[in-house]
Design a protein around this ligand. Structure first.
Ligand SMILES: [Zn+2]
Length: 385
Protein backbone atom coordinates (compact mmCIF):
# COMPACT_ATOMS: atom_id res chain seq x y z
CA UNK A 1 0.00 0.00 0.00
CA UNK A 2 1.10 3.53 -0.67
CA UNK A 3 -0.84 5.72 1.70
CA UNK A 4 -4.54 5.03 1.16
CA UNK A 5 -4.00 3.27 -2.16
CA UNK A 6 -3.13 -0.28 -3.26
CA UNK A 7 0.33 0.15 -4.86
CA UNK A 8 1.16 -3.41 -5.91
CA UNK A 9 -0.28 -6.92 -5.75
CA UNK A 10 1.87 -10.05 -5.53
CA UNK A 11 0.06 -13.38 -5.39
CA UNK A 12 1.36 -15.83 -2.78
CA UNK A 13 1.70 -19.50 -3.64
CA UNK A 14 -1.31 -21.53 -2.47
CA UNK A 15 -0.73 -22.45 1.15
CA UNK A 16 -2.28 -25.85 0.36
CA UNK A 17 -3.95 -26.14 3.75
CA UNK A 18 -7.37 -24.56 3.89
CA UNK A 19 -7.76 -25.23 7.59
CA UNK A 20 -4.47 -23.89 8.92
CA UNK A 21 -3.16 -21.84 6.02
CA UNK A 22 -3.11 -18.14 5.45
CA UNK A 23 -6.27 -16.11 5.94
CA UNK A 24 -8.23 -14.77 2.98
CA UNK A 25 -7.62 -11.22 1.82
CA UNK A 26 -10.65 -9.43 0.39
CA UNK A 27 -11.89 -5.92 -0.27
CA UNK A 28 -13.48 -4.28 2.76
CA UNK A 29 -17.16 -5.17 3.06
CA UNK A 30 -19.87 -2.60 2.35
CA UNK A 31 -23.17 -2.97 4.21
CA UNK A 32 -25.99 -0.81 2.83
CA UNK A 33 -28.43 -1.60 5.65
CA UNK A 34 -27.40 -1.12 9.28
CA UNK A 35 -30.17 0.00 11.65
CA UNK A 36 -27.92 0.11 14.69
CA UNK A 37 -25.58 -1.97 16.81
CA UNK A 38 -24.76 -2.77 20.43
CA UNK A 39 -27.87 -1.18 21.92
CA UNK A 40 -27.77 1.95 19.73
CA UNK A 41 -30.67 2.41 17.26
CA UNK A 42 -30.49 5.08 14.55
CA UNK A 43 -34.27 5.48 15.03
CA UNK A 44 -34.26 7.29 18.33
CA UNK A 45 -35.30 10.73 19.53
CA UNK A 46 -32.23 10.51 21.82
CA UNK A 47 -29.66 9.58 19.16
CA UNK A 48 -26.38 11.45 19.72
CA UNK A 49 -23.40 12.01 17.40
CA UNK A 50 -21.24 9.97 19.81
CA UNK A 51 -23.61 7.02 19.40
CA UNK A 52 -23.32 7.30 15.62
CA UNK A 53 -19.53 7.13 16.11
CA UNK A 54 -19.92 4.11 18.40
CA UNK A 55 -21.86 2.14 15.75
CA UNK A 56 -19.45 3.29 13.02
CA UNK A 57 -16.41 2.02 14.94
CA UNK A 58 -18.20 -1.27 15.69
CA UNK A 59 -18.17 -2.04 11.98
CA UNK A 60 -14.36 -2.43 12.00
CA UNK A 61 -14.49 -5.71 13.91
CA UNK A 62 -16.71 -7.21 11.20
CA UNK A 63 -14.54 -6.35 8.21
CA UNK A 64 -16.97 -3.62 7.14
CA UNK A 65 -15.14 -0.56 5.81
CA UNK A 66 -18.22 1.34 4.62
CA UNK A 67 -21.87 1.23 5.68
CA UNK A 68 -25.21 3.01 5.48
CA UNK A 69 -26.79 4.06 8.77
CA UNK A 70 -30.41 3.08 8.12
CA UNK A 71 -33.39 4.95 9.50
CA UNK A 72 -36.78 3.26 9.22
CA UNK A 73 -40.44 4.38 9.31
CA UNK A 74 -41.13 6.77 12.18
CA UNK A 75 -42.87 10.04 13.04
CA UNK A 76 -41.52 13.32 11.68
CA UNK A 77 -39.82 14.38 14.93
CA UNK A 78 -37.77 11.22 15.23
CA UNK A 79 -36.88 11.06 11.52
CA UNK A 80 -35.83 14.72 11.62
CA UNK A 81 -33.72 14.20 14.76
CA UNK A 82 -32.03 11.07 13.36
CA UNK A 83 -31.19 12.77 10.06
CA UNK A 84 -29.85 15.92 11.72
CA UNK A 85 -27.77 13.89 14.19
CA UNK A 86 -26.23 11.61 11.56
CA UNK A 87 -25.56 14.59 9.30
CA UNK A 88 -23.87 16.42 12.19
CA UNK A 89 -21.82 13.32 13.10
CA UNK A 90 -20.58 12.99 9.50
CA UNK A 91 -19.56 16.66 9.45
CA UNK A 92 -17.86 16.78 12.84
CA UNK A 93 -16.46 13.29 13.57
CA UNK A 94 -13.84 12.03 11.08
CA UNK A 95 -14.27 8.39 12.20
CA UNK A 96 -17.92 8.64 11.12
CA UNK A 97 -17.25 10.46 7.85
CA UNK A 98 -14.68 7.81 6.89
CA UNK A 99 -17.05 4.90 7.45
CA UNK A 100 -20.48 6.17 6.39
CA UNK A 101 -21.07 5.83 2.64
CA UNK A 102 -24.49 7.45 2.85
CA UNK A 103 -27.74 7.27 4.81
CA UNK A 104 -30.43 4.74 3.90
CA UNK A 105 -33.98 5.95 4.57
CA UNK A 106 -36.13 2.80 4.64
CA UNK A 107 -39.73 4.04 4.70
CA UNK A 108 -41.89 5.74 5.78
CA UNK A 109 -43.35 5.57 2.25
CA UNK A 110 -44.13 1.85 2.33
CA UNK A 111 -47.15 -0.47 2.28
CA UNK A 112 -49.37 -0.13 5.39
CA UNK A 113 -50.59 -3.77 5.27
CA UNK A 114 -49.57 -6.49 7.72
CA UNK A 115 -46.89 -8.58 6.07
CA UNK A 116 -45.27 -6.20 3.60
CA UNK A 117 -45.02 -3.58 6.34
CA UNK A 118 -42.89 -5.97 8.37
CA UNK A 119 -42.12 -4.54 11.79
CA UNK A 120 -42.47 -0.90 10.75
CA UNK A 121 -45.09 0.91 12.91
CA UNK A 122 -48.33 1.30 10.98
CA UNK A 123 -49.33 4.75 12.35
CA UNK A 124 -46.23 6.28 10.75
CA UNK A 125 -46.56 4.69 7.30
CA UNK A 126 -47.49 7.26 4.65
CA UNK A 127 -47.54 7.98 0.92
CA UNK A 128 -44.41 9.41 -0.72
CA UNK A 129 -44.13 13.10 0.15
CA UNK A 130 -41.44 14.93 -1.83
CA UNK A 131 -41.50 18.05 0.34
CA UNK A 132 -41.02 16.02 3.50
CA UNK A 133 -38.19 14.04 1.88
CA UNK A 134 -36.50 17.29 0.86
CA UNK A 135 -36.67 18.59 4.42
CA UNK A 136 -35.14 15.34 5.68
CA UNK A 137 -32.42 15.51 3.02
CA UNK A 138 -31.58 19.07 4.13
CA UNK A 139 -31.42 18.02 7.79
CA UNK A 140 -29.15 15.12 6.76
CA UNK A 141 -26.91 17.67 5.02
CA UNK A 142 -27.47 15.90 1.70
CA UNK A 143 -26.26 12.50 2.91
CA UNK A 144 -29.42 10.45 2.19
CA UNK A 145 -28.08 8.11 -0.50
CA UNK A 146 -30.75 5.37 -0.61
CA UNK A 147 -34.50 5.55 -0.12
CA UNK A 148 -36.61 2.39 0.10
CA UNK A 149 -40.27 2.88 -0.77
CA UNK A 150 -43.28 1.03 -2.10
CA UNK A 151 -44.31 2.05 -5.63
CA UNK A 152 -47.95 1.16 -4.94
CA UNK A 153 -48.76 4.87 -4.41
CA UNK A 154 -49.87 7.14 -7.23
CA UNK A 155 -47.20 9.66 -6.25
CA UNK A 156 -44.39 7.08 -6.48
CA UNK A 157 -43.14 7.42 -10.09
CA UNK A 158 -42.80 11.22 -9.88
CA UNK A 159 -41.11 10.93 -6.47
CA UNK A 160 -38.68 8.33 -7.85
CA UNK A 161 -37.76 10.50 -10.86
CA UNK A 162 -36.99 13.46 -8.62
CA UNK A 163 -34.96 11.37 -6.16
CA UNK A 164 -32.93 9.79 -8.97
CA UNK A 165 -32.28 13.23 -10.48
CA UNK A 166 -30.84 14.18 -7.08
CA UNK A 167 -28.47 11.20 -7.15
CA UNK A 168 -30.43 9.11 -4.65
CA UNK A 169 -30.63 5.35 -5.25
CA UNK A 170 -34.29 4.32 -5.10
CA UNK A 171 -35.11 0.86 -3.81
CA UNK A 172 -38.40 -1.03 -3.90
CA UNK A 173 -39.28 -2.68 -0.60
CA UNK A 174 -42.00 -3.39 1.95
CA UNK A 175 -44.39 -3.34 -1.00
CA UNK A 176 -47.67 -4.73 -2.24
CA UNK A 177 -47.22 -3.18 -5.69
CA UNK A 178 -48.65 -4.90 -8.76
CA UNK A 179 -46.74 -5.71 -11.96
CA UNK A 180 -47.55 -2.39 -13.66
CA UNK A 181 -46.56 -0.36 -10.59
CA UNK A 182 -43.22 -2.16 -10.31
CA UNK A 183 -42.54 -1.63 -14.00
CA UNK A 184 -43.44 2.06 -13.67
CA UNK A 185 -41.09 2.40 -10.69
CA UNK A 186 -38.20 0.83 -12.60
CA UNK A 187 -38.97 2.96 -15.67
CA UNK A 188 -38.77 5.97 -13.34
CA UNK A 189 -35.31 4.86 -12.18
CA UNK A 190 -35.67 2.45 -9.22
CA UNK A 191 -32.63 0.14 -9.29
CA UNK A 192 -32.69 -1.95 -6.09
CA UNK A 193 -35.04 -4.38 -4.40
CA UNK A 194 -34.59 -4.06 -0.64
CA UNK A 195 -34.22 -7.44 1.14
CA UNK A 196 -36.16 -9.28 -1.57
CA UNK A 197 -38.31 -12.06 -0.11
CA UNK A 198 -38.68 -10.34 3.27
CA UNK A 199 -41.11 -7.58 4.17
CA UNK A 200 -43.71 -9.62 2.30
CA UNK A 201 -47.05 -11.33 2.95
CA UNK A 202 -46.97 -14.71 4.72
CA UNK A 203 -49.27 -15.98 1.97
CA UNK A 204 -49.25 -14.65 -1.54
CA UNK A 205 -50.93 -15.28 -4.92
CA UNK A 206 -48.75 -17.79 -6.79
CA UNK A 207 -48.38 -15.54 -9.85
CA UNK A 208 -48.07 -12.86 -10.78
CA UNK A 209 -46.75 -11.30 -7.60
CA UNK A 210 -44.21 -8.71 -6.54
CA UNK A 211 -41.48 -11.29 -5.92
CA UNK A 212 -41.58 -12.79 -9.43
CA UNK A 213 -41.88 -9.31 -10.94
CA UNK A 214 -38.73 -8.11 -9.18
CA UNK A 215 -36.84 -11.36 -9.83
CA UNK A 216 -37.50 -11.08 -13.56
CA UNK A 217 -36.63 -7.37 -13.80
CA UNK A 218 -33.00 -7.23 -14.91
CA UNK A 219 -32.72 -3.52 -14.14
CA UNK A 220 -33.14 -4.30 -10.43
CA UNK A 221 -30.34 -5.51 -8.16
CA UNK A 222 -31.69 -7.43 -5.15
CA UNK A 223 -30.34 -7.06 -1.64
CA UNK A 224 -30.63 -10.28 0.35
CA UNK A 225 -30.41 -11.00 4.07
CA UNK A 226 -28.56 -14.32 4.07
CA UNK A 227 -28.25 -14.73 7.83
CA UNK A 228 -29.83 -18.21 7.76
CA UNK A 229 -33.07 -16.91 9.31
CA UNK A 230 -34.61 -14.48 6.82
CA UNK A 231 -34.49 -16.70 3.71
CA UNK A 232 -34.36 -20.51 3.51
CA UNK A 233 -31.40 -21.99 1.59
CA UNK A 234 -33.58 -23.00 -1.39
CA UNK A 235 -34.79 -19.41 -1.79
CA UNK A 236 -31.27 -17.98 -1.65
CA UNK A 237 -30.14 -20.52 -4.26
CA UNK A 238 -33.14 -19.83 -6.51
CA UNK A 239 -32.85 -16.04 -6.22
CA UNK A 240 -29.17 -16.18 -7.17
CA UNK A 241 -30.00 -18.36 -10.19
CA UNK A 242 -32.82 -16.08 -11.31
CA UNK A 243 -31.03 -12.76 -10.85
CA UNK A 244 -27.41 -13.96 -11.26
CA UNK A 245 -24.85 -13.12 -8.54
CA UNK A 246 -24.01 -9.89 -10.41
CA UNK A 247 -27.50 -8.63 -9.54
CA UNK A 248 -27.49 -9.76 -5.91
CA UNK A 249 -25.87 -8.06 -2.95
CA UNK A 250 -25.72 -8.98 0.72
CA UNK A 251 -26.96 -6.72 3.50
CA UNK A 252 -27.01 -7.49 7.22
CA UNK A 253 -30.11 -5.41 8.16
CA UNK A 254 -28.75 -5.59 11.72
CA UNK A 255 -30.60 -3.63 14.40
CA UNK A 256 -29.52 -2.22 17.74
CA UNK A 257 -29.87 -5.77 19.10
CA UNK A 258 -26.82 -6.96 17.15
CA UNK A 259 -23.88 -7.44 19.45
CA UNK A 260 -26.16 -7.97 22.49
CA UNK A 261 -26.75 -11.27 24.32
CA UNK A 262 -29.96 -13.32 23.78
CA UNK A 263 -32.98 -12.14 25.78
CA UNK A 264 -36.07 -9.91 25.76
CA UNK A 265 -35.60 -6.19 25.22
CA UNK A 266 -38.60 -3.99 26.01
CA UNK A 267 -37.95 -0.51 24.80
CA UNK A 268 -36.82 -0.56 21.18
CA UNK A 269 -38.15 1.48 18.27
CA UNK A 270 -40.15 -1.63 17.31
CA UNK A 271 -41.51 -2.18 20.83
CA UNK A 272 -40.53 -5.33 22.71
CA UNK A 273 -38.27 -7.69 20.77
CA UNK A 274 -36.44 -10.91 21.56
CA UNK A 275 -32.99 -12.11 20.53
CA UNK A 276 -33.23 -15.90 20.46
CA UNK A 277 -30.32 -18.22 21.20
CA UNK A 278 -29.65 -18.88 17.51
CA UNK A 279 -29.34 -15.17 16.68
CA UNK A 280 -32.90 -14.89 15.33
CA UNK A 281 -34.45 -11.50 16.16
CA UNK A 282 -38.25 -11.47 16.54
CA UNK A 283 -41.11 -9.33 17.82
CA UNK A 284 -41.60 -10.46 21.43
CA UNK A 285 -44.17 -13.24 21.65
CA UNK A 286 -44.48 -13.57 17.85
CA UNK A 287 -41.62 -15.82 16.89
CA UNK A 288 -42.59 -15.91 13.19
CA UNK A 289 -42.37 -12.14 12.82
CA UNK A 290 -38.75 -11.15 12.30
CA UNK A 291 -37.73 -7.74 13.61
CA UNK A 292 -34.61 -7.29 11.53
CA UNK A 293 -31.40 -9.19 12.00
CA UNK A 294 -28.73 -9.57 14.65
CA UNK A 295 -25.92 -11.22 12.66
CA UNK A 296 -23.24 -9.23 10.82
CA UNK A 297 -22.87 -9.32 7.04
CA UNK A 298 -20.03 -11.86 7.40
CA UNK A 299 -22.65 -14.50 8.28
CA UNK A 300 -23.90 -14.08 4.71
CA UNK A 301 -20.49 -14.87 3.21
CA UNK A 302 -20.42 -18.31 4.78
CA UNK A 303 -24.11 -18.94 4.01
CA UNK A 304 -23.78 -18.11 0.30
CA UNK A 305 -21.01 -20.72 0.09
CA UNK A 306 -23.16 -23.11 2.14
CA UNK A 307 -26.48 -22.61 0.31
CA UNK A 308 -25.42 -22.20 -3.33
CA UNK A 309 -22.98 -23.52 -5.93
CA UNK A 310 -21.12 -20.22 -5.74
CA UNK A 311 -17.78 -20.04 -4.03
CA UNK A 312 -16.25 -17.54 -1.68
CA UNK A 313 -15.17 -15.13 -4.44
CA UNK A 314 -18.78 -14.58 -5.52
CA UNK A 315 -19.92 -14.28 -1.91
CA UNK A 316 -17.27 -11.63 -1.20
CA UNK A 317 -18.18 -9.69 -4.35
CA UNK A 318 -21.82 -9.66 -3.25
CA UNK A 319 -20.72 -7.90 -0.05
CA UNK A 320 -18.10 -5.55 -1.49
CA UNK A 321 -17.88 -4.87 -5.22
CA UNK A 322 -21.64 -5.22 -5.77
CA UNK A 323 -22.83 -2.73 -3.14
CA UNK A 324 -19.92 -0.35 -3.86
CA UNK A 325 -20.77 -0.27 -7.57
CA UNK A 326 -24.44 0.29 -6.82
CA UNK A 327 -23.77 3.51 -4.90
CA UNK A 328 -20.73 4.55 -6.93
CA UNK A 329 -18.26 4.12 -4.07
CA UNK A 330 -14.53 3.77 -4.93
CA UNK A 331 -14.11 0.59 -2.88
CA UNK A 332 -14.70 -3.10 -3.30
CA UNK A 333 -11.77 -3.94 -5.60
CA UNK A 334 -8.39 -5.59 -5.10
CA UNK A 335 -6.65 -3.69 -7.88
CA UNK A 336 -3.59 -1.50 -8.13
CA UNK A 337 -4.76 2.10 -7.76
CA UNK A 338 -7.87 1.21 -5.76
CA UNK A 339 -8.44 2.48 -2.27
CA UNK A 340 -6.82 0.17 0.29
CA UNK A 341 -10.02 -0.91 2.06
CA UNK A 342 -9.28 -4.50 3.01
CA UNK A 343 -10.39 -7.29 5.26
CA UNK A 344 -8.32 -10.27 6.27
CA UNK A 345 -10.38 -13.20 7.52
CA UNK A 346 -10.44 -16.92 8.16
CA UNK A 347 -13.18 -19.17 6.83
CA UNK A 348 -12.64 -22.91 6.87
CA UNK A 349 -14.19 -24.64 3.83
CA UNK A 350 -13.67 -28.39 3.36
CA UNK A 351 -12.12 -29.53 0.07
CA UNK A 352 -15.48 -30.73 -1.30
CA UNK A 353 -17.25 -27.57 -0.09
CA UNK A 354 -19.70 -29.51 2.08
CA UNK A 355 -18.40 -28.17 5.41
CA UNK A 356 -18.29 -24.41 5.88
CA UNK A 357 -17.18 -22.78 9.12
CA UNK A 358 -17.88 -19.22 10.17
CA UNK A 359 -16.00 -16.08 9.25
CA UNK A 360 -13.43 -14.82 11.76
CA UNK A 361 -12.06 -11.38 10.98
CA UNK A 362 -8.28 -11.20 11.47
CA UNK A 363 -7.74 -7.56 10.51
CA UNK A 364 -9.51 -4.63 8.87
CA UNK A 365 -7.64 -1.96 6.90
CA UNK A 366 -9.44 1.21 5.84
CA UNK A 367 -7.81 3.72 3.50
CA UNK A 368 -4.45 2.07 4.17
CA UNK A 369 -4.75 2.22 7.96
CA UNK A 370 -5.10 -0.76 10.27
CA UNK A 371 -8.36 -0.12 12.15
CA UNK A 372 -8.90 -3.53 13.70
CA UNK A 373 -6.96 -6.70 14.52
CA UNK A 374 -3.40 -7.63 13.62
CA UNK A 375 -1.62 -8.19 10.34
CA UNK A 376 0.34 -11.43 10.13
CA UNK A 377 3.82 -12.44 9.13
CA UNK A 378 6.67 -10.04 8.60
CA UNK A 379 6.27 -6.72 10.40
CA UNK A 380 4.78 -4.28 7.93
CA UNK A 381 4.65 -0.55 8.11
CA UNK A 382 0.94 0.10 8.27
CA UNK A 383 -0.26 3.06 10.29
CA UNK A 384 -2.93 2.45 12.91
CA UNK A 385 -6.08 4.32 13.66
ZN1 LIG B 1 -36.99 -3.71 5.93
Amino acid sequence: MDGATIAAIDALPDSGDAEHGLPWLAPGLIDLQVNGFGGVAFNSPMLSPDQVAQVSLSMDAHGVTGYCPTVTTDGWQTLAHSMATIGLAIRTIPAVAERVVGIHLEGPYICPDDGPRGAHPRPHVRAPDWDEFQRLQELAEGHIRIVTLSPEYEAAPAFIRRAVAQGVLVAIGHTNADSAQIRAAVDAGARLSTHLGNGAHGQIRRHPNYIWDQLAEDRLVASLIVDGHHLPPSVVKSFLRAKTPQRCILVSDITSMAGLPPGRYEDTSLGAVEVLDDGRLVIAGQQQLLAGAALPITAGLANVVRFTEHGLRVAVEMASLGPAALIGHPSGRLEVGSRADLTLFRLAISADGSQVGSVEIVATVRSGRLVWGELLGEPVDVPRG
